[in-house]
Design a protein around this ligand. Structure first.
Ligand code: HAM
Length: 436
């Protein structure tokens, strides 16, 4: 049985901690959040280059939307945050991103191919550990309405190149085919037979799970089950010609793009909706138990199961927190987009000059900041250094009387008097030059 994560948390201690982020969740604060927004904006930019538009769906859905995707999976059976709302509806917080996107497709019927990406938090009541949280964020992409293996290749390439663009070198791609609805039943039967024959001694839970869904046994990490899993028949041997052709075309496409991949015959992934191509990106920069920095696959029957027309689909989700752990461990720092602080205004006048100058700087595209509360010039200069700005603009009475300000290069301490009316243009001109 999966241990109850709550058993680890004494209720009294939890009560004393009510003004802390709940167990398994965390806040993301600056400056660490620079890397977070760096990752998200790099993906937004890459997805746009591939022709994907942003989709947002509600944080919660009718529970049935998710029940479709995994009646046999822990994520849906045990880990969902579900509740009854004040109108008596059974609601669940999103545990994963694909089902809501397919629900939105079925509801709105956009013209295929529908190529979308998303950034969204997901909620799973799991046992928290490094890289495994009760709220995690996923960047993902989905394509609905195309069966062509070229789409599988494009979707995989979108994710694969993203890790590379970030600078991650230790991310490996593993791929498999789950077969289609025609080849899967034969494999499930063979698997069930194998597990019941070889694993009868593994206990009631094993037998019950085998009977319910033998494929789910394959992705179990339970050490005592590994031997029988190791010797299980391989899905690949049960693929029909169509599934095999599709899988081979996907591999040819990956080869043509020089995308290295390993075939993982036991990769089944954690949801019931997968058909044909499945894949995962794993990084040895993470602990083995949580080493997937992303994963996805085809789900050619899901739209139909939600009452839509038959519509093939494929996509992936990538855990932002895990990507950030991998970045840290590989010494990669995703850069925040937009300007840093270029200029820091030090105010010894105490009137509205600083306020107006800051506005002018910011409206001209310059990152600019100030201290508040009438602090001493010395304290303000300290704050200026801390801000990372290249220049301080000093507003002193003597120069103000001449219609001027002092610009100080914070790296060299050189100072220069600049007419007040020209200082914004001066900073715009010089900010790149000294940025080190
Ligand atoms: P998933 O494998 O459950 O797939 O999650 C995708 C990624 O989200 C994982 O590879 C991992 O990086 C991250 N992740 C999952 N659970 C957690 C957690 N508890 N804490 C931190 N990170 C986590 C899906 O959710 C599918 N919707 C992917 C997909 C899209 N398949 C087709 N389209």
């Amino acid at each position: 049985m999966t241990p109850d994560p709550e058993a680890e948390e004494p209720k009294d201690a939890a009560r004393a901690d009510v003004f802390r982020a709940p167990v398994g969740t965390h806040d993301v604060l600056p400056p660490e959040s620079d890397a977070w927004i760096g990752v998200v904006s790099a993906f937004a930019e890459r997805a746009a280059r591939f022709g994907y538009g942003l989709v947002t769906t509600p944080l919660f859905e009718h529970v049935e939307v998710f029940q479709r995707v995994g009646e046999h999976t822990d994520v849906i059976r045990k880990e969902m945050y579900d509740f009854t709302d004040k109108g008596g509806r059974h609601i669940a917080l999103r545990p994963e991103g694909t089902a809501p996107v397919v629900r939105a497709y079925v509801q709105h019927r956009p013209t295929p191919p529908w190529k979308v990406w998303y950034i969204a938090p997901n909620f799973r009541y799991e046992r928290p550990q490094k890289g495994r949280y009760r709220q995690h964020w996923q960047l993902g992409a989905e394509v609905l309405g195309v069966d062509d293996p070229a789409v599988d290749v494009e979707v995989i390439a979108l994710a694969h190149g993203f890790y590379r663009e970030l600078g991650l070198k230790r991310v490996q791609l593993v791929v498999n085919s789950m077969g289609d609805q025609n080849s899967r039943p034969a494999y499930s039967d063979a698997l069930r037979e194998h597990f019941l024959r070889e694993g009868g001694a593994l206990g009631d839970d094993f037998v019950a799970r085998t009977q319910a869904s033998p494929l789910r046994i394959l992705d179990s990490k339970r050490p005592d089950w590994q031997d029988v899993i190791e010797h299980a028949p391989q899905l690949f041997d049960y693929l029909n010609d169509e599934s095999r052709d599709h899988f081979e075309a996907v591999q040819r496409g990956l080869d043509a793009l020089g995308i290295e991949h390993e075939i993982a015959p036991r990769l089944v992934r954690g949801f019931d909706y997968y058909t044909r191509t499945t894949f995962e990106f794993v990084s040895d920069a993470l602990d083995a138990a949580q080493n997937a920095v992303g994963g996805g696959g085809r789900y050619d029957r899901l739209a139909e199961e939600m009452g839509g027309p038959p519509t093939p689909g494929i996509g992936f989700g990538m855990g932002v927190e895990r990507i950030l752990i991998a970045c840290e461990s590989e010494g990669v720092a995703p850069a925040r987009p937009g300007p840093g602080i270029d200029a820091f205004v030090v105010d010894d006048l105490g009137d509205t000059t600083a306020t107006v100058l800051l506005q002018e700087l910011r409206d001209s595209g310059v990152g600019a900041d100030r201290a508040y509360g009438g602090r001493s010039v010395k304290a303000q200069l300290k704050a200026a250094s801390r801000s990372g700005a290249a220049f301080a603009v000093l507003l002193f009475k003597a120069e103000a009387g001449r219609g001027a300000v002092v610009v100080r290069n914070l790296a060299t301490s050189e100072q220069l008097e600049v007419p007040r009316e020209q200082v914004v243009a001066w900073i715009v001109e010089h900010r790149g030059a000294t940025a080190s």
